[in-house]
Design a protein around this ligand. Sequence first.
Ligand code: SAH
Ligand code: SF4
Length: 345
Amino acid sequence: MKDIRSYTLAELTDEFKNELSLPAFRAKQVYKWLSEGVSSFDEMTNISKEMRNNLSNIYYISVATIEKKLVSVYDNTVKYLFSFADGEMVESVVMNYHHGYTICISTQVGCKMGCTFCATGQSGFSRDLRPSEMLAQIHSAQNDLGIRISNIVLMGMGEPLDNYDNVIRFLRLVSSDDNINIGMRHISLSTCGLVNRIYDLEKEKLQLTLSVSLHAPNDEIRSRTMPVNKRFPIDELLTACRKYAASTGRRISFEYAMISGVNDSDECARELAKRLKGILCHVNLIPVNPVKGTGYRKSAIERQQSFIRILGRQGITATVRRTLGSDIDASCGQLRRRHQEENDR
Ligand code: SAH
Ligand code: SF4
């Protein structure tokens, strides 16, 4: 069976013509239904029953089925646990900011990178998601909430640049005007720092926002919490970031999860400021979300303020990210992990 949601309209039009002898307008009709988020061929009411049957013998439509849904009582943040046809599960979160709805989607089931503070990283890796499965998360949330999503962040489970080809295809599909049509300027991609892939991404010349999960000012601390740093040390990563920002003209957003006693001293802030000097960037400070078993605790507010002051003095803007959905384990990987634990009992 073929994965019809992962096609571009041009590819579907070609295949309909060459393999099924169907005219271009049929491909267009089917594609329109898919872009509106249908989950079966039977919903395509302007296509004959016979043709719908034929199509469903050749193609399948990826869907993300809601297994669990949690709504924050504080801010209406919604967290979903979705399952796919093979039973694998991922998380997505929908946040309501002033400028519309933002969805945080997953790009892999699990993650290979093993960051010590991350619930996903601690649960291992199952498989990559297909482009259709990334789109399906958006469709399911939109259909369930009766809303249009306007912004996407690739900050759910998984390392997007470790699933490079599927993620690039997803980005091209979701931003295309015959598909969901969310522009690149409304999309952020977050990476733990796969340097070779940052160079590849630079060549794609996309207008998206690159977020880099830095979380430490030097190799010693970073290698302790992020194993990927042993493969791509901080100097190489920041060189790639500097080039990326210069060649795309897009500001890089550095994520820095503040962990009490690990990476939040004034000395860390000064070292960070020195390293980031001259890079077109913004720093997002995030109080670390305590994950069971890690022993990490959030930094005190006073530490956050001190970081903002020290970075600011060197001309680097830093803000503390507003944490949404703190009552529903909104940080990635925590819900699936709890679900697995409950099922293991
Ligand atoms: N793999 C990518 C994207 C998914 S993780 C990456 O690492 O960038 C999305 C973000 O959540 C990253 O910045 C990651 O470092 C952060 N994160 C993971 N666990 C966290 C936790 N317990 N508290 C705060 N941020 C966390
Ligand atoms: Fe993977 Fe990102 Fe979690 Fe690290 S923080 S383990 S890269 S999902």
